[in-house]
Design a protein around this ligand. Structure first.
Ligand code: NI
Length: 430
């Protein structure tokens, strides 16, 4: 009996507020959870800056990863009726991919990636295949095993059904984060009957499909995504926090590049500023490290860096107004001139943010980034794309509503410290 078949003497369980329990029998899974790269996910929040709006949203990528694993484990171990018996190695590849799919996320993922031009998916691959503890465990299964897990996550694995469990329009990843994010934010959206969906999921040739009798459960799932999208993920105030976070990092990078002498050397960031980082530098980062620097930067001589850092830590966020980039381009230019005259750098204090830059979609039938649409399996076994049967899904599918906002420090403008502030403020609110 090899490592891949090794079971723990006693099953381990993690108490989980969403799935009640997460069950671990496989030694490989247990060993992966114990690695430093996986434990690091405890120190990275699932929803970035959202906790500044929904204070419950402190949950980590660690628990989301366990949740995705648990959903896939249930699908496999409960039979997934109709699929031929799972081969032991394929079962393990699928479980590992579920557990490790978000392994490369960094602190405040979206903002951090944006400023330093990084890609968490690339880091997931690097951690799986590089000189890491996770890689050492996976290699104990077989030499090819780390690559197989990486291929499932990268969606290049030959068995597309396996890929679709972790990455499709109705996959374990989304089913977990919707419920988990709803639970921790405390909103009443985001709930749907996952047990029912798992019961009606059927294996088709290259993806999981849903028995047509389960259509309404899937409608609920898609609606919950739609509502979470606008109520939580695109919340204009958490976007304000993200705008400030990005600007802090931009400012620190700019200062570094122009030879500014920091009071405390930004050791953890230096290789990122220079674009000379390696995997170890990346693994060493987490949200605690980032906010520690922000804390130090509140004492910096550079007033932009110190002000923005303090704004982020103390939640003195920017206010926003709706903005139409096409129609209000001139107005933005005028505002920029006024900001400069008032001694406020518009690069940092007047920011347009567009929701379409954010990586969420609720439902688009078969469009873009190779996500297959959701298919219903009709009683005669024919497959039908869900928006052709469901009026509810049809009504919201394929719509990409972009929403632009203009962010600015209203609190500062209202102090009247500069005679131009009033003019700016009035122009912003016109
Ligand atoms: Ni995920």
């Amino acid at each position: 009996m090899g490592y891949k078949n090794e079971k723990l003497k006693e099953e381990k369980v993690f108490k989980d507020p969403v799935h009640r329990y997460v069950h671990v029998r496989d030694k490989v899974i247990w060993d992966i959870i114990g690695t430093r790269e996986f434990q690091r996910l405890r120190r990275i929040r699932q929803l970035g800056t959202t906790y500044l709006v929904f204070h419950g949203a402190e949950h980590s990528r660690f628990q989301h990863s366990l949740g995705v694993y648990e959903i896939v484990r249930r699908i496999i171990d409960d039979g997934f009726s109709g699929r031929p018996e799972w081969d032991e190695e394929e079962r393990l590849v699928t479980l590992c991919a579920a557990l490790l799919h978000d392994l490369g996320h960094g602190p405040f993922s979206h903002a951090f990636e944006n400023v330093f031009d990084l890609d968490h998916e690339e880091f997931t691959q690097k951690i799986l295949l590089g000189a890491t503890e996770v890689n050492a465990i996976l290699r104990k299964v077989s030499d090819q095993f780390p690559q197989k897990v990486a291929d499932v996550i990268d969606k290049t694995y030959p068995d597309k059904l396996v890929v679709s469990l972790i990455s499709s329009q109705i996959d374990a990843d989304r089913m977990d984060y919707l419920q988990r994010d709803a639970y921790y934010t405390g909103v009443s959206y985001g709930h749907f009957d996952m047990e029912r969906i798992l019961r009606v999921m059927r294996p088709a040739e290259d993806q999981a499909v849903v028995k047509s009798s389960g259509m309404h459960a899937v409608e609920d799932y898609i609606m919950s995504r739609y509502q979470m999208y606008w109520q939580v993920y695109f919340h204009p105030v958490s976007r304000s926090a993200e705008v400030i976070l990005k600007k802090v990092l931009h400012r620190a990078k700019y200062l570094y590049e122009t030879g500014y002498q920091f009071g405390q050397a930004p050791v953890h960031f230096e290789t990122f500023f220079k674009k000379e980082y390696d995997l170890e530098d990346y693994i060493a980062l987490d949200e605690g490290v980032v906010t520690t620097y922000f804390q130090m930067w509140t004492k910096e001589q550079d007033t932009i860096l110190s002000d923005l850092s303090a704004r982020f830590l103390n939640r003195r966020l920017f206010q926003y107004v709706e903005f139409n980039p096409a129609a209000e381009y001139k107005k933005l230019q005028q505002l920029e001139v006024l900001f400069n005259q008032a001694g406020l750098d518009p690069e940092y204090y007047l920011v347009v943010d567009s929701s379409s830059d954010l990586p969420y979609d609720f439902y688009r039938p078969g469009e873009e980034n190779e996500r297959l649409p959701i298919f219903l399996q009709m009683p005669n076994k024919e497959l039908r794309e869900i928006s052709r049967s469901s009026d509810v899904v049809d009504a919201i599918s394929g719509k990409r509503r972009t929403d632009h906002k203009l962010y600015f420090p209203e609190d500062l403008l209202q102090t009247g410290e500069n005679p131009l502030y009033k003019e700016i403020y009035e122009m912003l609110n016109k």
